[in-house]
Design a protein around this ligand. Structure first.
Ligand SMILES: Nc1ncnc2c1ncn2[C@@H]1O[C@H](COP(=O)(O)OP(=O)(O)OP(=O)(O)O)[C@@H](O)[C@H]1O
Length: 307
């Protein structure tokens, strides 16, 4: 008999979160189907709802409406499900008065699948002194400790909320390398939120752009890049576009107009200069669109008819 497909990493159906009865919606009718075995980048502006989505995925908070499953079950449904997910929160919290070694001991007591060899190996690889109190570690060392603890649980899914935000470029590079090594070693999926698009581009093969509580676009990074393009034309030359082209954002500079578009039309058949988009352009395009007409560059209204 063929093996059953692995459960989706994350399945959200109408997922909505409102903090308090009068609070604004932090997530609004979110639908997502994220396959297993991916490294997922969650991007969006401040206040978009990224941490809220990650907290819901870890069972730290409950949805107001809609449903969410993680690895095929309700988040934090029971102890065994908790053990399948490793979470590193935004400020990489550690117990300041406990040493590095005591953190590992605590981890081993609390997690049935704890891998002591993996924990020891990574601690010495990143040069952490087992006797040092966690309160005396630098931001980068704290992040490495938190990553080691999350990975030594041998989870199926690692979730990171802005893991590298406080790290200098070199520490960030090391951290991301370690993260990828863990993902490969564990055969795990990972979700990380970040404002650092370069980091996301480096390690993620799946992207979710979340703005203003809603998913703007989500999908395999390569597919998304292949399905979008940058059109360049003399100013005003993009005012009328063939069917099958969805304008995401448009800018005018000097004599030229440039648009990021989603297109089902083969680029070579378009009567414009067509260039590939970078991930950064794609993400910024969706963020600009979500920010609404008031934030859109002058002339964007010309595109309304094509949407
Ligand atoms: N505990 C809370 N109580 C009330 N409102 C909250 C709470 N947590 C988040 N919010 C609100 O929900 C919205 C989404 O916040 P969230 O922290 O999920 O955004 P984010 O995308 O992670 O932002 P950032 O990039 O700044 O970390 C914001 O408007 C925020 O003020």
């Amino acid at each position: 008999m063929p093996n059953a497909d692995p459960p989706l990493t994350l399945h959200a159906d109408g997922l909505t979160k409102q903090y308090g009865r009068r609070g604004r919606l932090a997530l609004n009718d979110v639908h997502l189907d994220i396959p297993s075995g991916r490294v997922i980048g969650l991007v969006g502006p401040n206040g978009a709802g990224k941490s809220t989505l990650l907290h819901l995925a870890c069972g730290l908070t409950e949805p107001t409406a809609g449903s969410l499953t993680v690895l095929g079950a309700r988040p934090a449904a029971d102890a065994s499900h908790l053990a399948r997910v490793g979470f590193v929160a935004q400020n990489t919290p550690v117990y300041g008065t406990l040493s590095v070694a005591e953190h590992l001991k605590l981890g081993s007591k609390m997690n049935p699948a704890w891998d002591p060899a993996l924990a020891q190996r990574r601690i010495s690889q990143v040069g952490l002194n087992p006797a040092q109190k966690a309160g005396q570690l630098s931001g980068g060392q704290r992040a490495q400790l938190a990553l080691t603890i999350a990975a030594a649980k041998r989870p199926e899914l690692l979730i990171f909320d802005e893991p590298a935000a406080a790290l200098d470029p070199l520490a960030r590079k090391g951290f991301l390398q370690n993260l990828m090594e863990f993902v490969l070693e564990l055969g795990a999926s990972a979700i990380l939120s970040s404002h650092l698009l370069g980091d996301i581009e480096q390690v993620c093969d799946y992207i979710i752009v979340l703005c203003d509580a809603r998913v703007q676009v989500a999908g395999d990074t390569r597919d998304l890049l292949a399905g979008h393009a940058r059109l360049v034309a003399p100013r005003g030359g993009l005012d009328r576009l063939p069917a099958g082209i969805d304008v995401i954002s448009v800018e005018h500079s000097g004599q030229h107009s440039t648009a990021v578009v989603r297109t089902s039309v083969h680029p070579s058949s378009l009567p414009f200069q067509v260039e590939p988009v970078s991930l950064e352009e794609l993400v910024l395009g969706y963020m600009t669109r979500a920010a609404g007409p008031s934030a859109a560059p002058a002339g964007a209204a010309a595109w309304e008819g094509t949407r």
